[in-house]
Design a protein around this ligand. Structure first.
Ligand SMILES: Nc1nc2c(ncn2[C@@H]2O[C@H](COP(=O)(O)OP(=O)(O)OP(=O)(O)O)[C@@H](O)[C@H]2O)c(=O)[nH]1
Length: 340
């Protein structure tokens, strides 16, 4: 596959066991606009079943059978996507212009996201367009309370699709949406019955990752949602997950930012579920966009210009067992040192 072609977008569909991933995927694949989608379905256990349930694009489905995608992702994912590209080159499979990956219900999507950010064979050819998490409205609250995987799936989502509201108690979608906003204030939330949503409508909910060429950085950061979440009440069933925004009104030196990122990721990377920010650099009029998922830092991107009048540094965090004040303090120390 030529390296110069634009990266192929990847849609990651995750969500707890039975939450409606396959139902949603089937519906999306029925849309003519999704005809050139390759589907990768991860199975847990010896017997691959889910790919039999995906109705369309079956000839493009590739099943990872060597266990849970979240444990063995690197080799498997690279091999699988390689195999897919090779089959296209050999004319065995039709060309595709996007990939949809359905994970097992017990997958922690962090390892997959890591792979797409760090694995050269993947970063060269693919770009993660959206992480879509299905959450069963009837059972979601209990799953979030009992299973760390379910909390991570929600914390790392760009879009949470609330399924099965047709069979849930009255008020359940609103209660669950409040819980989701607390875990991941930046995620878009959409109630969908039996997977019935058009792909264009679904993906319009996610701004693309900002790059040198633009992108809606303010929508991507969605900092206001984090501030509102901070102001809200806190539950005792959150597994130590906190979502908050930190702002700094003094610019920081490029080198100091680099050191702060390195130390925070190496010391607390595992508990830093997600970090996104726009940073004012001392002596420079173009801000830096930073983005990390656990201990993996996406290469920082310097934007051509500030996206609005507000030139303050804003960083949003979703953390596990890290007090917001700890991160706030470390950033303030960074800024104060620069000012000294
Ligand atoms: N009533 C109702 N049932 C739904 C809805 N969405 C999915 N289902 C049903 O829920 C069951 C599980 O859906 P799947 O799409 O197989 O869920 P999944 O997340 O792929 O399941 P696993 O792959 O086993 O983790 C199926 O019987 C679906 O028909 C919905 O919005 N309402």
């Amino acid at each position: 596959m030529p390296d110069r072609s634009p990266p192929i977008p990847v849609i990651l569909i995750t969500g707890f066991l039975g939450s409606g991933k396959t139902t949603l995927l089937n519906h999306l694949l029925r849309d003519p606009g999704m005809a050139d989608t390759a589907v990768v379905i991860n199975e847990f256990g010896d017997v691959a079943i889910d790919h039999l349930l995906v109705e369309s694009a079956v000839e493009n489905a590739v099943v990872l059978q060597s266990g849970c995608i979240c444990c063995t992702v690197r080799g498997d994912l690279v091999d699988t996507l390689d195999e897919l590209c090779a089959k296209v080159e050999q004319g065995v499979l039709p060309p595709f212009s996007r990939i949809a990956i359905e994970t097992t219900g017990l997958a922690d999507p962090a390892s997959l996201i890591h792979a797409f950010l760090t694995e050269r064979l993947l970063t060269e050819r693919f770009t993660l367009r959206a992480v879509v998490t299905t959450l069963d409205t009837a059972n979601g609250a209990g799953q979030l309370e009992s299973f760390e995987e379910a909390r991570h799936q929600v914390a790392l989502a760009d879009i949470v699709v609330l399924t099965k509201s047709d069979i849930a108690a009255a008020g359940a979608p609103e209660r669950l949406a409040a819980e989701i906003r607390r875990l991941n204030p930046g995620a878009a939330i959409r109630q969908v019955e039996h997977g019935a949503i058009a792909p264009d409508t679904l993906f319009a909910l996610v701004p693309e990752h900002p790059s040198r060429t633009g992108g809606d950085v303010l929508a991507w950061l969605n900092e206001r949602a984090f501030e509102e979440a901070q102001a809200g009440t806190h539950s005792h069933h959150d597994g130590g997950i906190a979502a908050f925004a930190v702002t700094l009104d003094r610019p920081v030196r490029r080198e100091a930012l680099r050191r702060w990122l390195r130390s925070i990721l190496s010391l607390r990377g595992n508990d830093l579920l997600r970090m996104k920010g726009i940073v004012a650099l001392e002596g420079e009029d173009r801000p830096m966009v930073v983005h990390a998922v656990q201990n993996v830092l996406h290469p920082p991107v310097q934007l051509a210009a500030w996206p609005s009048e507000d030139h303050a540094t804003r960083i949003v965090f979703i953390t596990r067992n890290i007090a917001p004040q700890t991160l706030r303090n470390s950033l303030e120390v960074l800024a104060a040192r620069e000012a000294a």
